[in-house]
Design a protein around this ligand. Structure first.
Ligand code: NAP
Length: 330
């Protein structure tokens, strides 16, 4: 895989990918901080500190999640107690919320995120969804009548300015189809480094994976385990009989099979667990591999999205149907 560094020998050290635009090394397995239902700041901070202790170095947050503040506190504490020497050892991603997805609001939104995180720069700043909403309203779900079409040119130019200012080392998008990525690429001076999307054995994103590879965009998987227990996911991945069979044969958990499979697809992965044992076992995927036969069986699993994006559909907004949101890639 282009840009991928070799895994070192320790089972818990995480292989990295060098993002072309910035030269920053992104650990290919990252820690998600979006809990559903949401949990308190203290619990989030404790989970992040445990994650740093276990070896996670890549953290994914968003202004929507309200986890920027506990992540910032956890980073300061991790430095204070000597778990890491400096913030530079971490890779931090945050995201621009829909109501800030307006040209003139992007920089102030990033500055707010940095203040919450108590950081001078992000490693990666993403447009969270390809849709805007009325400025000044921070609500989820977004009211039907508050959706607006995004001015992609103005928003992307503002994202590029953020990178030029050094407030983020790289920029990218999330929940973008091939079509919408193509639209951005047509005018971008700085192309998106990353597209963060749902990806797991039940929704493998083959077309998007090829498109991203061909255009030098790193695809990042969210909901790699199907986001069991959250409002956006389901237990269908972890309950998949074929995955259970493979896990049993290999003496691994279904979660480890999902994560290893995703890793072998040459993408980066975000997984969320606030449980220390699961956090640890989710990391133990780098010193073994799937057989070609297992990979073939997984690749043949019938496909369907778990995270439909229904919350972003509105008769008043740019996307009246999920077909339109995903440009038919469903
Ligand atoms: P996920 O990582 O697939 O699943 C998380 C769920 O699985 C949690 O309920 C967790 O519970 C459970 N879990 C974790 N490890 C497990 C294991 N080994 N065995 C059984 N259950 C396990 O889904 P996700 O949280 O949706 O995705 C990861 C991250 O991606 C998020 O936290 C967020 O940072 C990001 N994300 C981004 C977007 C976007 O629009 N860009 C959307 C969704 C998510 P416990 O905590 O109890 O272990």
């Amino acid at each position: 895989m282009d840009g991928c560094l070799e895994a070192s020998l320790s089972p818990l050290s995480i292989p990295e990918y060098v993002l072309g635009c910035s030269g920053r090394r992104m650990p290919l397995l990252g820690f998600g901080t979006a809990a559903s239902p949401p949990v308190g700041s203290q619990l989030t901070k404790t989970a992040i500190l445990q994650a740093i202790e276990l070896g996670y170095r890549h953290f994914d947050t968003a202004s929507l999640y309200r986890t920027e503040q506990p992540l910032g506190e956890a980073i300061l504490e991790a430095i204070a107690v000597g778990l890491i020497k400096s913030r530079d050892e971490l890779f931090i991603t945050s995201k621009l919320w829909c109501s800030d997805a307006h040209g003139e609001l992007v920089l102030p939104a990033l500055q707010r995120s940095l203040k919450n995180l108590r950081l001078e720069y992000l490693d990666l700043y993403l447009i969270h969804w390809p849709v805007s909403s009325k400025p000044g309203i921070y609500e989820f779900p977004i009211k039907q009548e508050d959706f607006l079409a995004m001015d992609f040119k103005a928003v992307w130019k503002a994202m590029e300015d953020c990178q030029r200012l050094g407030l983020t080392k790289s920029i990218g998008v999330s929940n973008f189809s091939c079509k919408k990525l193509g639209d951005i690429l047509a005018f971008a001076k700085i192309p998106p480094a990353v597209n963060q999307v749902e990806l797991n054995p039940l929704w493998q994103q083959k077309k998007l994976r090829e498109f991203c590879k061909a255009n030098g965009i790193l695809l990042t998987a969210y909901a790699p385990l199907g986001a069991q227990g959250t409002i956006w996911g389901s237990n269908r991945v972890l309950e998949c009989e074929l995955l259970k069979e493979i896990a049993k044969q290999k003496g691994k958990t279904v979660a480890q099979i999902c994560l290893r499979w995703a890793y072998e697809q040459g993408i980066s992965i975000l997984v969320k667990s606030f449980n220390k044992d699961r956090m640890k076992s989710n990391l133990e995927i780098f010193n073994w591999s799937l057989s070609q036969e297992d990979v073939k069986k997984i690749n043949d699993i019938p496909q369907s999205r778990l995270c439909s994006g229904q919350d972003y559909i509105s008769k008043y907004g740019p996307f009246n149907t999920t077909q339109e949101l995903w440009d038919g890639e469903i």
